[in-house]
Design a protein around this ligand. Structure first.
Ligand SMILES: Nc1ncnc2c1ncn2[C@@H]1O[C@H](COP(=O)(O)OP(=O)(O)OP(=O)(O)O)[C@@H](O)[C@H]1O
Length: 329
């Protein structure tokens, strides 16, 4: 399937010089277009190509769940959110197979954790879910909210409610955090037919969310991720999630590089964002995160496949005995 190359080609042909190259940041699909940002911005070391104006147009629909009021529900009312069947994928450039038949089912309101040795394919799986162009899907299916995710461009996937926090969030020089979030949030409001929030109203909206991730207000005036420590970047990712929302948040090692207080803050923030209607898929190496954000299911990935699924006891076993305790090879 030439999904990724089709994506890259389509973006280049359709948007040519007004597109820009940026990285795998979770906010890329929400980038707004205004006088500050509509200039072409090039981060030449990074792979994704997106168009600012188009990104705004498509960023405006379904980022809703986190910001929607919660409703009470029981297990029998749960809806299927994500169904991955026999997913195989290769590195686009080398055709090396990384995912070798991943199966996963996630219902609304569930928290799933993926663990696994370094290099087992966890981040690749997450990136394939959001349509990263480094990978080509060669088989299997991904259904998200009843739609074929593989038929959607990366931006459409975020429109459909996927959010990904990457292991290494990127900097966006020259763009302040608050402007970035305000414009992205307003783009969504425009699409929903709601009045935009001016700077003061937006500040009132975002202020309690800063508390959620225990971030100082100074961070709003700093350029996106510029000079942020590893922990601050992670908090900033969760702030973005809190502002924009998602029906499925994919969090790739949000615990890496966090001190114990920051871990508690980030976990508390994620827990605060959970509703019966949205789900979290988190990749982690450590039990400590799972003690803060309680997963419904834990999956262990090995050599591009999920080889074991269970409850928190899996993480405890791994912590005590390492991967040899459950290795299939
Ligand atoms: N774009 C790429 N180019 C080359 N190799 C890649 C690429 N993406 C993934 N790989 C390789 O695929 C394998 C799986 O990588 P991946 O990042 O998915 O592992 P992971 O389970 O997330 O590892 P970790 O726990 O160390 O983060 C690794 O051997 C990695 O080097």
């Amino acid at each position: 399937m030439a999904y990724c190359s089709a994506f890259t080609t389509a973006m280049s042909m359709a948007y040519g010089s007004s597109s820009f190259t940026t990285s795998t940041t979770s906010l890329v699909p929400y980038l707004p277009s205004n006088s500050t940002l509509s200039m072409m911005t090039t981060f030449s070391h990074l792979p994704f190509r997106f168009n600012l104006r188009r990104s705004v147009r498509i960023a405006t629909a379904s980022l809703s769940a986190v910001n929607s009021p919660s409703t009470s529900f029981s297990d029998s009312q749960k809806s299927l959110l994500l169904e991955v069947k026999d997913l195989t994928a290769v590195i686009a450039e080398t055709k090396q197979e990384i995912l070798k038949g991943v199966n996963l089912v996630v219902y609304e309101g569930e928290v799933h954790a993926i663990m696994g040795k370094n290099g087992s394919g966890k981040s690749t799986f997450a990136k394939v879910l959001v349509g990263h162009p480094d990978y080509e899907v060669t088989g299997g299916s991904i259904v998200f909210k009843g739609s074929d995710l593989l038929e959607m461009e990366p931006e459409e996937r975020s429109l459909a409610g996927l959010f990904m926090s990457f292991q290494s969030p990127v900097e966006i020089p020259g763009v302040s955090n608050i402007d970035f979030l305000n414009m992205a949030y307003n783009a969504r409001r425009r699409k929903l037919g709601l009045a935009e929030l001016g700077p003061i109203e937006f500040y009132a909206y975002i202020f309690p969310k800063l508390d959620l991730v225990n971030m100082k207000t100074d961070f709003l005036n700093r350029n996106v991720n510029e000079g942020f420590s590893g922990g601050e970047r992670k908090r900033n990712e969760i702030l973005q999630l809190a502002v924009l929302g998602a029906e499925m948040a994919i969090l790739d090692e949000i615990d890496s590089g966090l001190d114990v207080d920051a871990l508690r803050d980030v976990a508390k923030a994620v827990n605060g964002l959970l509703t019966p209607n949205n789900s979290v898929l988190m990749i982690t190496h450590y039990l400590r995160l799972l003690e803060f954000i309680k997963p419904s299911r834990i999956h262990v990935m090995e050599d591009g496949k999920i080889v074991k699924t269970g409850d928190i006891s899996i993480a405890k076993l791994l912590e005590e005995e390492g991967y040899k305790a459950i290795s299939t090879s």
